[in-house]
Ligand binder design. Sequence first.
Ligand SMILES: *Cc1c(COP(=O)(O)O)cnc(C)c1O
Length: 381
Amino acid sequence: MIPYGKQSINQQDIDAVVNVLKSDFLTQGPVVKKFEEAVADYCGAQYGVAVNSATSALHLACLALGVSKGDVVWTSPISFVASANCALYCGADVDFVDIDERTYNLSAEKLKDKLLNHKNNNKPLPKVVIPVHLAGQSCDMEELYKLSMEYDFKIIEDASHSMGAKYQSQTVGNCRFSDITVFSFHPVKIITTAEGGLATTNDRNISHRMKLLRSHGITRDENIMTEESHGLWYYQQIELGYNFRMTELQAALGLSQLERVSIMIKERSEISKLYNNEFKSLPITIPFQNENTNSSWHLYIIQVDEKSHKKVFDSLRGNGIGVNLHYIPINSQPYYRRKYGSFTLPVSEGYYKKSISLPLYHGMSKQDQNSVVVGVKSIFK
Ligand SMILES: *Cc1c(COP(=O)(O)O)cnc(C)c1O
């Protein structure tokens, strides 16, 4: 079975991890710091906070922005469940904004309508909005930013899919139109640390707070202690934090992978171009791209007729093509249905009935690319 995505590991990656194993530090130390600086640098942000997953990064991002009981966080229903769960971890509630018909990203227009509707009807407004750059294509961040100014909410970009992507010719993660951007380094994502995540921000306080909370809320910095130090051994727990630390092994792998990020995205984009060319005359919808974005092509999502969706999916799987579906609308998961009942999100519902993710990853052989092309074409001929 050709997988829909997988990691690409070379000898340099392996050597980098082995070198850490032979060094003095295994968990969070100098290599984590170097990785944080390298990613922040690459994105054009001032600070980077590395943690053990993007889920943890989203959780800490919400905490750092003060999300708590009584608050509401709005996000896209077409995402991995972590984009919504992070608000629930903080005791807040979640609400969903429907997606754009063409990009499948949280729609700025629908957000605008929903904000106005909630304002006029005294319904809760969001403390934080979490747009998700689905498949690697950035949301319309400038529009979302304008709305955040008007309605006074914060923005966390879930950029789990979009390391190395561009918006208005600038690298995603620079936080020009957001407070925090979160990346995932799960093996199927653009670069990997096995498990791992990282948040970028330009706000020193946010960075400090996330770093405090990722390690139990403990500090050794006398400047923020509540009383004078008792001695060299002294530390204080000043908040309730967690153990969300990244290891040196993971950071070393991430640093090594980061060196190849442009090569990886170039290859992903070339495979996408090949698919676009081969599929453009078939009765399927190929991924629409906004002019002001350069996708990192984490996913290649096609849409087929609702009536043949399951048949096409099963037949591709039957032919050894490991297609997938990203995602089942979060609001329709049993947990969310139990908690909130049903939502009216017609575009997301329609999306779910038509979408299929085709295999796409760095290191995909020409032969496997060809198998996908032939497999898809054979269904529609
Ligand atoms: C993968 C993913 C996450 C979670 O990432 P982890 O590093 O596995 O915790 C969150 N949001 C989106 C959109 C993702 O694709």
